[in-house]
Design a protein around this ligand. Structure first.
Ligand SMILES: [Zn+2]
Length: 293
């Protein structure tokens, strides 16, 4: 099954909407984080810098942060919620984008979470510490709360991967009466959870299927598109388990390339819809390219 989203998007400042069968999917740009090559794990910082600059990208590296709004038949579902008020003035634009689209926080029926890191989950609470989406069911992989709630597992993880422990627990407490935990498979008609462990234990993607069209919103398979398609061995210091994050990245790239699956990501450059191609990299190793739709 293939889906080309080419030429079907409607874009405004930081919002772009495509149709995927009966779904309307809007990417909402939360903002951009200024990164550093020291955040990369698995290849050295000089190598990463050369790769990024060869891809024509800026230094220091810029990491986009996106969330997605899915609409169908009067239902409004968010995939992730961005940084909220917690990452400074350059991020936290999701609320404004929803208002532009005429969607109030109360009208969000569900939030599908890729994982509990702050740039995905902190938008779930307001500056006053209340639930931003009071009527939403919060859906995530069951391994996510099992990990973040466990002091020993958190203590054993790389420190940069678990800086979000307080806010993750805060989100779980705030939404405790409206959590829906799953292990994969369909959670709503045409919307399936795809487990993608590694970046965090419960990290997952969300696959939309409607008629003959599909879109995979893959979460954090890629943080730095200039580097990680060409060098899939490059992980991030935010990976809870770098090796399984790499294995998952290669598996998802292969799946997306083989099926010519339309993909979108939380850290792909806005508007973030495209296709993965399998290429031959250095010394015959698998490498990948990304074509924007
Ligand atoms: Zn992220």
């Amino acid at each position: 099954m293939t889906a080309s989203l080419a030429g079907r998007s409607r874009s405004a400042d930081g919002v772009s909407t495509v149709g995927v069968g009966e779904f309307q999917v809007s990417i909402l740009l939360d903002g951009c984080i200024s990164g550093s090559f020291g955040l990369i794990d698995g290849i050295d910082a000089d190598d990463a810098r050369r790769q990024e600059l060869a891809a024509g990208r800026p230094e220091p590296p810029v990491i986009s942060v996106n969330a997605f709004l899915i609409q169908r038949g009067g239902r409004s579902i968010l995939v992730d919620a961005g940084c909220g008020d917690s990452y400074g003035p350059n991020l936290g634009r999701i609320d404004g984008h929803l208002a532009t689209l005429g969607v109030t926080p109360e009208a969000i029926d569900a939030v599908l979470l890729t994982h509990l890191h702050g740039d995905h989950a902190n938008g779930l609470f307001t500056e006053a510490g209340t639930r931003r989406f009071p009527n939403a069911t919060l859906v995530m992989h069951e391994a996510e709360p099992a990990f973040w709630r466990d002091d020993a597992l958190v203590a054993a993880a790389p420190p940069r991967a678990v800086g979000a422990v307080k806010t993750a627990r805060n989100v779980l407490d705030l939404y405790r009466g409206q959590l829906h935990l799953a292990r994969g498979g369909e959670v709503s008609p045409g919307i399936s959870m795809l487990p993608e462990p590694g970046h965090t234990p419960g990290h997952c993607g969300w696959l939309l299927t409607s008629g003959r069209e599909q879109l995979l919103i893959w979460g954090d398979i890629v943080h730095l598109p200039g580097i990680q398609f060409a060098r899939p061995e490059a992980g991030m210091v935010f990976d809870v388990d770098r090796d399984s994050a790499e294995a998952t990245r290669r598996r998802i790239f292969d799946l997306a390339a083989a099926d010519r699956l339309a993909v979108a990501g939380m850290h792909l450059d806005f508007p973030a819809f495209g296709h993965v191609e399998r290429l031959t990299g250095r010394s015959g190793a698998a490498a990948y390219g990304f074509g924007i739709d």
